[in-house]
Design a protein around this ligand. Structure first.
Ligand SMILES: [Zn+2]
Length: 260
């Protein structure tokens, strides 16, 4: 009996798309979300159209089904989904969406590894994406460091590509029903930082590296293995990070009860 050769011919391999994360050639790539879909759910209207609204309420665009791109093989896509499920559960619990008055709060009981991989995956996705919305994101050599970290599931230290998380409030209420234009470049502690608004949170990614670490005063604001710190700010006061960083360690030291 004649069996067909199972391995692909070289010509076919050349035509096959490559997963941007694991670099394996596959038959088909998944149409992956750059920003996971569950973050869009609160703002889909009846026709399943999305209305991203920027902080100044100047422009309103319609985007169907979020922002997608053919990026990942099935295996990498499901790896990212596992991170997303964990984050979805943590940040949409009553604990976070209820009305809170504190300027910041801390969660100790969470899956640090998955939360952190999720954050790194978002930074990598906006860096690798060819969608025009992310064309200003320029990660240079950091992109390959992030890809290695994610494909091998080896975490970077918490202060490398650290992320500062802020719940957006408007007139005292947590606003989960808007999304900002996908990225804004700012400078945090002298480092390039990308600010994304989705799911009612501002995610500020600071592109500091091993060779150029961020000043330690900022490190207290990042997601750390011991805690998930979430600032709680009015939408109009989002430019607060550089202002409070010098005193933030002092604030934490004076409130030891915050670390349970
Ligand atoms: Zn892959």
């Amino acid at each position: 009996m004649l069996f067909l050769k199972q391995t692909p011919t070289p010509q076919r391999t050349n035509l096959m798309p490559e997963c941007k994360l694991c670099l394996e050639k596959v038959d088909k790539l998944c149409n992956s979300h750059i920003i996971p879909e569950f973050f869009y759910k609160p703002i889909y209207n009846d026709q399943h159209k999305l209305f991203p609204i920027d902080l100044n309420k100047i422009k309103i665009n319609k985007i169907q089904k979020g922002l997608r791109e053919y990026l990942l093989c099935k295996s990498c896509e499901s790896k990212f989904n596992r991170y997303e499920n964990v984050v979805n559960k943590i940040i949409y619990t009553d604990k976070l969406t209820s009305e809170r008055d504190e300027p910041f709060f801390i969660i100790n009981d969470f899956d640090y590894h998955k939360f952190r991989f999720f954050q790194l995956s978002i930074l990598w996705r906006i860096g690798v994406s060819s969608l025009s919305m992310f064309s200003d994101v320029k990660l240079g050599p950091h992109l390959e460091i992030l890809r290695n970290s994610l494909s091998e599931e080896r975490l970077c230290p918490y202060n490398q590509y650290g992320c500062i998380l802020t719940a957006c409030r408007h007139e005292g209420k947590h606003k989960i029903d808007f999304i900002d234009s996908p990225e804004k470049l700012s400078i945090i502690g002298g480092h390039k930082a990308y600010r994304l608004v989705f799911g009612g949170f501002v995610w500020t990614f600071v592109v500091s590296s091993k060779n150029h670490p961020i000043h330690e005063t900022y490190e207290y604001m990042f997601l750390r293995p011991s805690h998930l710190l979430i600032f709680n700010k009015e939408i109009k006061d989002m430019e607060f990070i550089n202002e409070i960083a010098p005193d933030f360690k002092k604030i934490l030291d004076e409130n030891p009860g915050l670390y349970k």
